[in-house]
Ligand binder design. Structure first.
Ligand SMILES: Cc1cc2nc3c(=O)[nH]c(=O)nc-3n(C[C@H](O)[C@H](O)[C@H](O)COP(=O)(O)O)c2cc1C
Length: 166
């Protein structure tokens, strides 16, 4: 298995996406970074926020070969905090370019939960297009449909296949 980090974003501390990430991390040697612990402000064309927690977090993530982005589906898309993280990746294309170049060697995947039986295509497309633009290799998505609460036994087979693909 590649050296793996999971970047988690959810508005619910003990919710479905956290439970899914726990199920993956309990069975694997991965490190989890929760975006709620980082102060990352919205993209600024003048890069006046370059000293917030974004660059230190990116430097940590660059120590891994495989980055898993974990987000619930909120309004057909990733969480606002994760979208802010992606917006800030633009910093790495204009300033801090040496960090942006290092993203190119990374493999990435997505894990998600949602209330629709099938994930809306817009959710995964944003990730796929972003990884493609950044030259990162996409390894696929694990999506767990949660009518209400995440139930591990309903998703165990898919979680195990996802782990095997890591
Ligand atoms: C603000 C908000 C927007 C949502 N939008 C969608 C959506 O577009 N599609 C969907 O399938 N589920 C949607 N849901 C349901 C969540 O994706 C689902 O309950 C998920 O498992 C919640 O994960 P969490 O406990 O980590 O927040 C939404 C939930 C919230 C709170």
């Amino acid at each position: 298995m590649k050296k793996t980090a999971i970047l988690l974003s959810t508005s619910r501390y003990n919710g479905n996406t956290s439970a899914l990430v726990d199920a993956v991390s309990d069975q694997t040697d991965v490190d989890v970074f929760n975006l709620k612990n980082y102060n990352i402000s919205p993209f600024d064309y003048e890069h006046k926020n370059i000293d917030d927690d974004f660059v230190p977090l990116v430097k940590k993530l660059l120590n891994y070969e495989h980055i898993v982005f974990a987000s619930p589906v909120y309004w057909y898309s990733m969480t606002a905090q994760m979208k802010t993280f992606f917006d800030r990746i633009s910093d790495l294309l204009h300033v801090k370019k040496e960090l942006g170049r290092k993203l190119r060697s990374k493999t990435c995947s997505v894990v998600s939960t949602g209330a629709s039986p099938q994930p809306e295509t817009s959710f995964e497309e944003t990730f796929i297009n972003s990884f493609d633009y950044l030259g990162m290799k996409y390894n696929g998505m694990l999506y767990c449909y949660c009518e209400e609460k995440f139930k591990l036994k309903e998703h165990k087979v898919n979680i195990n296949s996802f782990i095997e693909s890591m």
